[in-house]
Design a protein around this ligand. Structure first.
Ligand SMILES: [Mn+2]
Length: 332
């Protein structure tokens, strides 16, 4: 999978590694582990992200720093590798800078989202992989498995766990679990060491916000679609921050009989941010694309200009259409 990648990387001196905006566990851990691989192979590397890394993941930055975009450093890079995203627009300030360059350094990518753009010279695009971290693991295995030390194993484990709902999503295969087994073996750590750091970090403010958000749940289409909303007022009332909504969508999604759940984040100046999750044949990537967004079949995101009531109406309408198509094909 990485043959060409491993052969050609030796031609470069300074590689910029960029993870997607609003970073998650998979992109940061993959980025950090890839930078460690580059360093071990004698290649200079700098890691970038537009946004702050969530506090429960900031320990990963002690394995390799991730800094804010810096055009002076971009200029000294002769190759860029995009992590955990397949469209340049997912890479914020870097994409704008790259767009303006006359002589463009090549772009490579390592990712597992469907329908990649063709802007990449080398694209390691594996849609059936449950996480990008698993692909970085393969890079190590195909080059030098002995390079997987405790820190790299912990990072890649974090990427897999956070992108698979702790190994519970449909995307998880026997190979995913085997990768996890191998990481535990090589890293010599126990799962709880990481799980506690990633998940046991809830604040009272977050739970206050959750209790308000639970009251907003609305059901549509014979209780098959659930919508939860978080507004500006709810945030300030609970003294919570936008990041505190992380994971909220799993509550409406775990209602009995629900096929898809949506979290509406109505606290941005420019519209409503929508997180879509499916627990059925509903393809939320397709759903999000109708709204100009995207993601995976079971998890995707999009924006809507609002206001909230109209957003809910418009978004549910698209899901209802998909539900009817699915019913039609299952009758045939
Ligand atoms: Mn991912």
């Amino acid at each position: 999978m990485f043959k060409e990648f491993i052969r050609k990387i030796k031609n470069y001196n300074h590689v910029g590694v960029i993870s997607h905006i609003r970073p998650d566990g998979d992109c940061i851990s993959s980025q950090v582990a890839l930078c460690r691989w580059l360093k071990a192979n004698g290649i200079k590397t700098t890691a970038f992200n537009d946004d702050d890394v969530p506090p429960n993941l900031d320990w990963l930055l002690s394995y390799h720093p991730v800094q804010k975009p810096d055009e002076a450093i971009f200029e000294s890079c002769d190759l860029f590798i995009m992590i955990d995203g397949n469209a340049l627009s997912r890479f914020g300030a870097f994409a704008d800078w790259h767009d303006k360059q006359d002589e463009k350094a090549p772009l490579w990518m390592i990712d597992h989202h469907p329908d990649p753009e063709d802007s990449f010279e080398i694209a390691i695009s594996v849609v059936k992989a449950a996480s990008t971290a698993e692909l970085i693991f393969k890079l190590f295995m195909e080059s030098d498995p002995a390079l997987i030390d405790e820190e790299i194993a912990k990072a890649l484990y974090t990427g897999i766990i956070t992108d698979t709902g702790s190994l519970q999503f449909e995307s998880v295969t026997a190979e995913t679990v085997q990768t996890v087994a191998e990481l535990l073996r090589r890293g010599g750590f126990r799962p709880n060491e990481i799980i506690e750091v990633i998940y046991s970090n809830k604040s009272v403010e977050q739970y206050k916000l959750l209790s308000e958000a639970l009251k907003t749940i609305q059901l549509f289409e014979n209780n098959q679609i659930a919508v939860m909303s978080v507004t500006d007022e709810m945030l300030s009332e609970a003294k919570a921050s936008p990041a505190d909504c992380e994971g909220f969508v799993s509550y409406p999604l775990s209602l009995s009989g629900i096929k898809a759940a949506i979290l509406m984040k109505d606290f941005f100046d420019d519209g409503v941010r929508i997180s879509l999750r499916s627990r059925s044949d509903i393809d939320v990537n397709e759903w999000a694309r109708e709204l100009g967004g995207g993601g995976h079949k079971k998890a995707a995101g999009a924006w809507h200009k609002g206001p909230l009531e109209k957003t809910i109406r418009d978004v549910v309408k698209i899901g209802a259409k998909q539900l009817k198509n699915i019913e039609k094909t299952s009758v045939l």
